[in-house]
Design a protein around this ligand. Structure first.
Ligand code: NAD
Length: 468
């Protein structure tokens, strides 16, 4: 039995079986979630297909529904935040912010224009480019921001007139199921169906004949599988994948002054942000001062159960990820790197890891070359700007990056040279619904958010009227 249900065709639905959901602060199963059967997935897609017929027709009704969805999420913090913290691990305050962020995103899209453009109006013809919905969308999300990243898909997809079947990560299904229940009170049946289950359910979804688009956020490895699975049926795909973001400090920064922002950019959500700082490049002359300032900030961070109001950083979300972070750091230390602070798990049954700042790890070490996705950050010295730009770009990742300087123009000129979807100056993880978010190279295909993200949930149609 489980207290959360799937939502199929507007109704709460149990599954034939359930699976356990672990609280990462204790390492123990704390609740159950429905394990969707193949027949139930078929029902969800059938419901989405049926709902598409009328949902696509009335843009005003869709906007009204998204506004109601925004209001419902704004009022839902007390319901969603504790469920999100219990399964994801993040501090309760951050969980409230995630529910509020979802409301904000829904409101933004409720008011975003669906573009129409007249491209010809002369004696021969009037031609207009309009955006049409694609159909049923299969949406698949990861475990780091389950509510927020689901919203990044739901809001634009529904505004454009599509309907959806969404699957959260098996590590964090419950907050998304609860969100679906809340939204089912304001959306017509079948418009948003949410099912839960393991990776196998994701594979069934991407191979299913009904969806015309797959919108996926998760790892590069899974993204590649999904692109392959979409190909035979030419399903449209948007892939938001991993990152290995560099932060490049120029030689005029004040290490003390930027340490707080750098720390937040790397360690918020315990480092489990696709676009978190994953490697810091500092001029040799500033190396020790930056390491000292970052290590002091990291050592002062209160790590604990997200339910504790004092907690700044929660646990790593799941055991495989915890073991990965632990192993990447251990491997770097064995190879000669040093921990300026941290460097080991914390005691306790949960997946707690000490906020860690590493020195002496460079390219060729996995924690520098790969995405660690956890609370451990290598600081790497460099000699000149051309060299560091080349090193920052010498990766198949290309999600985002940042450059830090007392002179924003100087930093901006370097930031322009980064091969990535977002290049920040004196900031990192500064995101908004109006900013297209996506990655170069293996970090993704297509973007989410803003009019560009909305366009990804549409097909272009030319409406051509001959004259005379
Ligand atoms: P993951 O790829 O393991 O899983 C993501 C989702 O895909 C889950 O719901 C999972 O059940 C499902 N899935 C797994 N295998 C599948 C398959 N073969 N077919 C269909 N679905 C399948 O990723 P994760 O570990 O949950 O998330 C962490 C990763 O997500 C990190 O790499 C992170 O950088 C990335 N991420 C990217 C963004 C972005 O916007 N670019 C945002 C957040 C996280």
């Amino acid at each position: 039995m489980t207290d959360v249900s799937m939502i199929i065709d507007g109704e709460r639905r149990a599954a034939p079986s359930t699976f356990g959901v672990v609280n990462p602060a204790t390492g123990a199963v704390h609740a159950e979630a429905p394990d969707c059967s193949r027949e139930q997935l078929d029902e969800a897609f059938a419901a989405a297909s049926k709902a598409f017929v009328s949902w696509r027709q009335d843009e005003d009704a869709r906007r009204a529904a998204l506004k109601a969805a925004s209001a419902a999420m704004r009022a839902a913090g007390d319901r969603i935040a504790p469920v999100l913290t219990a399964e994801q691990g993040k501090p309760l305050k951050s969980a409230y912010m995630e529910a509020a962020g979802s409301s904000y995103w829904l409101k933004y899209f409720a008011n975003l224009e669906l573009p129409r453009e007249v491209i010809q109006d002369d004696a021969r013809a009037r031609a207009e480019v309009v955006r049409r919905p694609i159909g049923v969308v299969a949406a698949i999300t990861p475990w780091n921001f389950p509510v927020m990243l689901a919203t990044w898909k739901i809001a634009p997809a529904l505004l454009a007139g599509n309907t959806m079947v969404l699957k959260p990560s098996p590590f964090t299904p419950r907050s998304t199921l609860l969100m679906a229940e809340i939204l089912s009170e304001v959306l017509p049946p079948g418009v948003l169906n949410v099912v839960s289950g393991g990776d196998e359910l994701g594979r069934w979804m991407t191979a299913h004949p009904v969806p015309r688009k797959i919108s996926f956020t998760g790892s590069v490895a899974t993204g590649k599988h999904i692109a392959t699975s979409a190909a035979p049926d030419l399903k449209r795909v948007t892939l938001e994948l991993g990152g290995n973001d560099p932060a490049i400090l120029l030689d005029d920064v004040d290490p003390e002054a930027i340490a707080g922002k750098l720390f937040a950019g790397a360690f918020d959500n315990s480092g489990q942000i696709c676009s978190a700082i994953k490697r810091v490049y500092v001029p040799e002359s500033l190396h020790d001062a930056v390491v000292e300032a970052l290590a002091a900030r990291a050592a002062a961070a209160k790590v604990g159960d997200g339910m504790d109001p004092e907690t700044e950083l929660g646990p790593v979300q799941n055991r495989p990820q915890f073991e990965r972070v632990r192993d990447l750091v251990a491997e770097a230390l064995a190879g000669g790197a040093k921990a300026a602070t941290g460097g080991a798990p914390l005691d306790g049954p949960g997946f707690f890891y000490q906020p860690t700042v590493l020195t002496g790890a460079a390219e060729g070490t996995r924690i520098v070359d790969e995405e660690q996705f956890g609370p451990a950050l290598p600081v790497i010295p460099y000699r000149d700007v051309d060299e560091v730009v080349a090193r920052a770009n010498a990766t198949m990742f290309g999600l985002s990056g940042s450059v830090w300087s007392a002179d924003p123009d100087r930093a901006g000129a370097v930031a322009e040279r980064l091969d990535c979807g977002t290049a920040w100056v004196n900031a990192h993880v500064a995101l908004g619904p109006h900013q297209p978010f996506g990655g170069f190279k293996w970090s993704g295909l297509g973007v989410e958010n803003g009019p560009w993200g909305l366009a990804g949930f549409t097909e272009i149609q030319v409406q051509y009227r001959a004259k005379g």
